[in-house]
Design a protein around this ligand. Structure first.
Ligand SMILES: O=C(O)CCc1cccc(O)c1O
Ligand SMILES: [Fe+2]
Length: 319
């Protein structure tokens, strides 16, 4: 296996509630750099770690993580809908390899995914059907959340299993860093909300539009500073990036769920996807973070980060 990694924040508010032009220009430049890295690396397989926002996974059964052998996008917030180009054979082989390594992986033969998966595929590849992909859901919102050490173990097992495939694999983590969008919470929810979170009946177009408008409004409130949401925390976000850049992945095992939520807000747990992606990359040996972008963007409800990493042993021309 030849491997590289990308971590990329997502936000459905991009293009809907935009920050100042200078911020947009800086993000555009960073995205240009990440795309250049990806096209130079030229992956023939993408292992995509992403969370879900109650579009595909519900409390009727809520796995801590789940690998898909096929997947369909719902098209929330105007993102692409329809089937992802899942490499089913690679997905099955990796799933078996992970189980053999003692990590109790859940499998989906028809995963429903949302903007968490779709946005990085659109940003990096221009669509959801452009590159063979193995989608891996990592729960980052639905409590209870287990210890981070198990997410690192998942990333390690997937990296080792993927290494048996003889492919050029790009590991992508989608989400984070600190942010506190208005995602519903089961604990204490009124019966109608609790029922929706448990059963997962598809919302009507009107219900979906209302929910999305609520998130857009939350972005406006977050940017105006008049909100009960936990603020974006650049200090914590840079600690996360420093840890990944330094290859100190065993540090994350001591990060508690409570500490992460207090520092980074209710959706800070989306950084689990980054930890999985970098743990996968780390299975091939030392890596180097080759680019790193960070900007707090309250309009998007995102401590917005983008980073690329490649094996130190990979020749410069192939990075
Ligand atoms: O769909 C939702 O309910 C939440 C949407 C959402 C908003 C801001 C940042 C995110 O990472 C995100 O996912
Ligand atoms: Fe998210």
């Amino acid at each position: 296996m030849i491997a590289a990694a990308v971590g990329l924040s997502h936000s459905p508010l991009i293009g809907k509630n935009d920050p100042a032009p200078g911020v947009i220009a800086a993000v555009d430049a960073a995205m240009h750099e990440v795309r250049a890295f990806v096209s130079a690396f030229h992956p023939d397989l993408v292992v995509l770690y992403a969370p879900d926002h109650y579009n595909g996974f519900f409390y009727k059964e809520m796995p801590p993580f789940c690998l898909a052998t096929e997947a369909n996008a719902v098209g929330d917030f105007g993102s692409a809908a329809g089937p992802l180009s899942v490499d089913t054979d690679a997905a099955r082989a990796i799933a078996l390899g992970v189980l053999e390594r003692g990590v109790d992986l859940t499998i989906s033969a028809r995963m429903t995914v949302d903007h968490g998966f779709v946005q990085p595929l659109e940003v990096l590849f221009g669509g959801i059907d452009r590159v063979p992909v193995v989608p891996v859901f990592v729960n980052g919102v639905a409590t209870p959340l287990g210890p981070i050490s198990r997410i690192r173990a998942l990333g390690t097992a997937i990296g080792e299993a993927a290494a048996e495939l003889d492919r050029r694999v790009l590991f992508v983590g989608s989400g984070g860093l600190s942010h506190d969008p208005p995602v519903p919470v089961l604990d204490g929810a009124p019966p109608r909300v609790a029922d929706a979170l448990i059963e997962g009946r598809p919302p009507t177009p009107e219900q979906r539009a209302r929910g999305e408008q609520r998130v857009v409004q939350a972005g406006r409130d977050y940017a105006a500073g008049s909100t009960a949401m936990i603020p974006i925390n650049p200090t914590w976000d840079n600690l996360v990036l420093d840890t990944l850049a330094g290859g100190r992945l065993d540090d994350v095992d001591s990060w508690s769920v409570e500490w992460m939520g207090a520092e980074g807000g209710g959706s800070a747990h989306e950084v689990r996807t980054w930890i999985a992606a970098f743990a996968s990359l780390a299975t091939i040996g030392e890596y180097r973070m080759t680019s790193r972008f960070y900007q707090a963007i309250p309009e998007w409800i995102a401590g917005f980060a983008a980073a690329t990493a490649a094996a130190t042993s990979l020749p410069e021309a192939a990075r």
